[in-house]
Design a protein around this ligand. Structure first.
Ligand code: AMP
Length: 189
């Protein structure tokens, strides 16, 4: 089974490229952000805790997200593979993912790192704010999320490199081209 991590700054297109991989390969897709937003909507205990962190552009505590992830993963283990979108976001989460997969005889197949310039990211997020109305897509919170990304998540790139699973894709203005490159990589696994 393929276990694909899709990784990048807020607005880097993780959702878009995940959707392309789901369509092409029939993978199951775990977006921790989507799961949390659904929990908030449902008014669950986790949703209540998550809401404050998300609105401030901060990360939800590692233990909560790790427990949630393992539970969702276990519902998705049939089929050709799983895409992890928005997880891991910290070194603690990355180590927990490695362990959780190892306990099930699995491992990270590849990490797709999406590299996009910061002005393109900001432009996309502000546009998404108008379309989707996400509570955390306003300029102030976006800046905080970038900061959280660079301080807590970006260091993971070196961790993935050391694990031998890093594959990098730079956006050069052509989304379809990027989709092709990503599909080629995943097809070669
Ligand atoms: P996303 O939709 O992936 O941009 O996630 C939206 C928000 O959900 C983030 O800004 C965090 O507050 C929270 N979140 C999503 N995934 C994680 C994670 N792996 N660890 C901690 N917080 C997360």
């Amino acid at each position: 089974m393929d276990n694909i991590v899709i990784f990048g700054a807020p607005g880097s297109g993780k959702g878009t490229y995940s959707a392309a991989l789901v369509e092409k390969f029939g993978y199951n897709h775990i977006s921790t952000g989507d799961v949390l937003r659904a929990e908030i909507k449902a008014g669950s205990e986790l949703g209540k805790i998550a809401e404050g962190f998300i609105e401030k552009g901060q990360l939800i505590p590692d233990d909560l997200i790790i427990d949630m992830l393992a539970e969702v993963y276990d519902t998705m283990r049939q089929g050709p593979g799983v895409i992890f979108d928005g997880f891991p976001r910290t070194i603690v989460q990355a180590k927990a993912l490695k362990e959780m997969l190892a306990e099930r005889g699995e491992k990270i197949s590849v990490t797709l790192n999406l590299i996009v310039s910061e002005d393109v990211l900001m432009e996309r997020l502000l546009k998404r704010a108008q379309i989707e109305g996400r509570a955390d897509d306003n300029e102030e919170t976006i800046k905080k999320r970038f900061n959280v990304y660079y301080t807590q998540t970006h260091p993971l790139i070196e961790w993935f490199r050391k694990e031998g699973v890093l594959s990098e894709f730079t956006f050069k203005g052509d989304k379809d081209r990027m989709i092709e490159e990503i599909i080629d990589k995943v097809a070669s696994l």
